[in-house]
Design a protein around this ligand. Sequence first.
Ligand SMILES: Cc1cc2nc3c(=O)[nH]c(=O)nc-3n(C[C@H](O)[C@H](O)[C@H](O)COP(=O)(O)OP(=O)(O)OC[C@H]3O[C@@H](n4cnc5c(N)ncnc54)[C@H](O)[C@@H]3O)c2cc1C
Length: 384
Amino acid sequence: MQFSHEHDEIRRTLKRFISEEINPHVDAWEAAEAFPAHQVFKRLGELGLLGLTKPVEYGGMGLDYSYSMVMAEALGDVACGGVPMGIGVQTDMATPALARYGSDALKREFLAPAIAGDVVCSIGVSEPGAGSDVSAIKTTARKDGGDYVINGAKMWITNSLQADWMCLLANTSDGPAHKSKSLIVVPMKTPGITKAKKIRKIGMMASDTGLIHFDDVRVPQSNRIGEEGAGFTYQMQQFQEERLWCAANSILGLLNCIEQTIAYTRERRAFGQAILDNQVVHFRLAELKTEVEALRALTYLATEHYVAGRDVTEWASMAKLKAGRLMREVPDACLQYWGGMGYTWDNPVARLYRDGRLASIGGGADEVMLGIICKHMHTLPGRR
Ligand SMILES: Cc1cc2nc3c(=O)[nH]c(=O)nc-3n(C[C@H](O)[C@H](O)[C@H](O)COP(=O)(O)OP(=O)(O)OC[C@H]3O[C@@H](n4cnc5c(N)ncnc54)[C@H](O)[C@@H]3O)c2cc1C
């Protein structure tokens, strides 16, 4: 990848913002099990960072996806996973389809304030009965006059307890599963929406995750993004940016974890020498760093293909899969070298161990990524 002065500026701005305005508060936000998304997004909006790839007419910068990738990577310096994930939902998960296919009126009403940081948004795909198999979602949006009437539930929705609107995937007809769904922008103050539950998790503590119920929720049909029945396809496209974002966002956290482990094991002594001086330890850390740099190379390559307008379904899936695998392997190996200190709640490596576990599940589990890669390799057996 060739990085420009603008890429470097984004990295510099975020580094400063993270060290001055995010990391000093992370421990308190983790303890509170939520970060103040409106406050953080307002500041990011003022810095021009919530619409890097979005059209200029709506307040964005109109840049290509490599800039979003650089931002996702830079956010890896945040001292927890939950805050970057909430930001990534706003920039790369809930808004790409709206920016690409939404009507001008819809973009003015919902995209422009999301870019300015005046509102918080969420993406509602998963449900209590369907996560990996997106085609099996049950939420319906039935036409009534000029409106849709929405019924169903969305589960695991990041930002949803603070969100002002949700990009919701619902069935708008009874047709074939891949042609019966639409994406609809749903303001969260609409009557009939209940924030039924805040879900307690093992990690990503600073991120709020909700179960949301929809009972006869009425929104205008003009809130639909693009064509009726094209929602499944739009969401699959939107997933490409989500998966690239996840891969890019993993890199610095993993490298920081290795560096923190080097610093600790250099000081900590056992059997008359630094723990780091055991060859099994420094060789393992070298191996892990090599793996993370391979992830970085794969992510950059996938991004290059995406920017060149190629289909990156396979590349993005490989990058997301590799990130998921390393988010389990690296903190697990590093935690071991911290001994009992690694097993304490506030330890940074322990936090990555908890937060990083999500990378193999959210946004498409490892097995779903493997299935996509196999499909592109023509090795997936056909369904009987
Ligand atoms: C903290 C958190 C935040 C999230 N945020 C959001 C969000 O903002 N918006 C949203 O829509 N969703 C969100 N999700 C949901 C997430 O995308 C789903 O959890 C994920 O897609 C998996 O779906 P599931 O949990 O229903 O698992 P299931 O579909 O029940 O799958 C369970 C497991 O089965 C295995 N499996 C599945 N399919 C296959 C297969 N074909 N072959 C072999 N094994 C398989 C996998 O190991 C998988 O983990 C979030 C989840 C979490 C935990």
